[in-house]
Design a protein around this ligand. Structure first.
Ligand code: OAD
Length: 234
């Protein structure tokens, strides 16, 4: 058995599904009710800001009625206990990983609880409604705050740091993501090229399952605590 020291974990909407947050794709997914290009692009924000701001205001409000589930808690436990390098890269814009206690993590697609001012470029913690056109706490401008969400066509956050972590990874685990969106969908190949073992944990097999050494199917709330238990007992 190879020694594992450095772990990179990629998470997607599926890890928050059992907390009660909708995923994007699939029968009940958000992109079934909305067209992604009407919401999640800079052009959509320019064309119909109320529609886009309201969509993210609804998602932000929903955070108030959900809690981290056993999968988030197990990853936080692994983060606290793991002596080697560990990085949780989440595509999720919710705050459930950090509420569970995870520390070594990055939000590659931004955060609902952050606002980005297009006038001063400042980022500020934000829990209200952008439809109300709040004032930017940094520069005082009105109507210039947008959700700090990485729209399609924009550059995901922290890519250099993530790619560096992937080149050092001994183990790469992908949890609850369809693998439909790049660059995250390509992380498994970067990790594999660097010699990491690769595992996918998902409710079902995905179009990317063939890239992984192993795919386990089932709910994240069950599979993730099991897998964390195995890693910590090694
Ligand atoms: P998707 O909605 O594309 O995929 C969710 C995945 O979670 C699917 O593969 C499901 O099988 C799986 N899943 C659902 N419930 C699960 C459960 N209880 N346990 C384990 N797996 C479960 O969501 P993402 O892959 O996260 O981007 O989507 C990637 C990006 O597309 C998002 O970050 C978002 C979206 O457009 C932006 O908004 C920029």
């Amino acid at each position: 058995m190879t020694t594992i020291r450095n772990i990179v974990i990629l998470t997607g909407a599926g890890i928050s599904a059992e907390s009660g947050l909708a995923t994007f794709r699939g029968p009940d997914g958000l992109w079934e009710a909305y067209r992604v290009e009407e919401i999640c692009t800079p052009q959509a924000l320019a064309r119909d800001p109320d529609l886009v701001l309201d969509f993210y205001d609804q998602r932000r409000r929903a955070l108030g009625s959900v809690e981290p589930n056993p999968a988030h808690r197990a990853l936080a436990e692994l983060d606290a206990a793991w002596p080697g390098e560990l990085l949780i890269v989440t595509q999720n814009v919710d705050d459930l990983h950090e509420r569970a206690g995870a520390k070594r993590m990055v939000h590659i697609h931004g955060e609902l609880l952050s606002a980005w001012c297009t006038a001063c470029e400042g980022r500020s913690r934000f829990a209200g409604a952008m439809l109300d056109r709040p004032v930017c706490p940094d520069c005082g401008c009105v109507g210039t705050l947008r959700p700090d969400i990485v729209f399609f066509g924009e550059m995901p956050y922290e890519m250099e740091m993530i790619e560096a972590a992937l080149t050092r990874a001994d183990l790469f685990v992908s949890i609850g993501t369809s693998g439909a969106v790049y660059p995250a969908a390509g992380f498994v190949r970067l990790a594999k090229a660097a010699g990491a073992r690769t595992i996918e944990l998902n409710l079902d097999r995905t179009t990317g399952s063939g890239w992984f050494d192993e795919t386990r199917t089932g709910p994240a709330g069950l599979l993730v605590p099991q897998w964390v238990g195995e890693v910590l007992r090694r």
